[in-house]
Design a protein around this ligand. Structure first.
Ligand SMILES: [Zn+2]
Ligand SMILES: [Zn+2]
Length: 209
């Protein structure tokens, strides 16, 4: 990778680090809403998150209308990611795994899955996006910011050898990280927004940007 490109990526990692300070805090305050632990959240949203991983077959928590269910059909969690959130140490109910004539694929038993002890702070932006996109959380707007931050992270991590980064692209990505961080921080509180704003200003000065 040429040095200009590397320099831009290295600079972008700083506002990305700030964004990844804001995102889990936003999740904890606004989604868990100080009323539940992440463990409890995973327990409550097991059905949605299971179908973010297995979207082609019903499970024992599905009602009879799996075909018409409002469960999102796009797969947003890979097997490995699902198993960061859940482990299969619960009690499986063999009756739940019986073939149901209505479906070609037998229903899965969710009873065996219990939340792991994973902490919110351990999850990367891809996982957090998958969770927020799957669980239909009624906080409009947040999915846009989460997904935009994830897209910048993907840009930094997967930029091809032959692709250059122009100054305007660098500035555009920085702006996305800054705007999204400030808008999420603002929801959590004016003091938090002010702190994040100050840290972005410091970063810009340090980078002479
Ligand atoms: Zn189900
Ligand atoms: Zn079951």
């Amino acid at each position: 990778m040429d040095t200009t490109k590397q320099r831009y990526i290295n600079k972008l990692r700083q506002p990305y680090g700030l964004a990844m300070h804001v995102v889990p805090m936003y999740f904890e305050r606004e989604i868990l809403n100080k009323t539940c632990s992440f463990f409890y959240f995973l327990e409550q949203n097991k059905h949605e998150l299971f179908h973010a991983y297995i979207n082609y077959a019903p499970c024992c928590m599905c009602n009879d209308s799996f075909e018409d269910s409002s469960i999102s059909r796009s797969v947003s969690l890979r097997r490995k990611q699902f198993h960061i959130l859940y482990e299969s140490t619960g009690q499986q109910n063999l009756d739940h795994e019986k073939r149901n004539e209505k479906y070609r694929i037998k229903p899965h038993c969710l009873c065996k899955y219990v939340p792991t002890q994973v902490k919110l702070i351990d999850l990367d932006i891809t996982m957090l996006c998958a969770i927020i996109n799957s669980c239909c959380i009624p906080t409009p707007g947040n999915a846009i910011e989460f997904n935009a931050i994830r897209d910048v992270r993907n840009f930094m991590n997967h930029i091809g050898e032959s692709t250059d980064i122009s100054k305007s692209t660098f500035e555009e990505k920085w702006k996305i990280l800054e705007t999204c961080s400030l808008s999420l921080a603002e929801v959590t509180g004016e003091v938090h927004r002010h702190m994040i704003h100050t840290r972005f200003q410091d970063l810009k000065r340090a980078n002479r940007y």
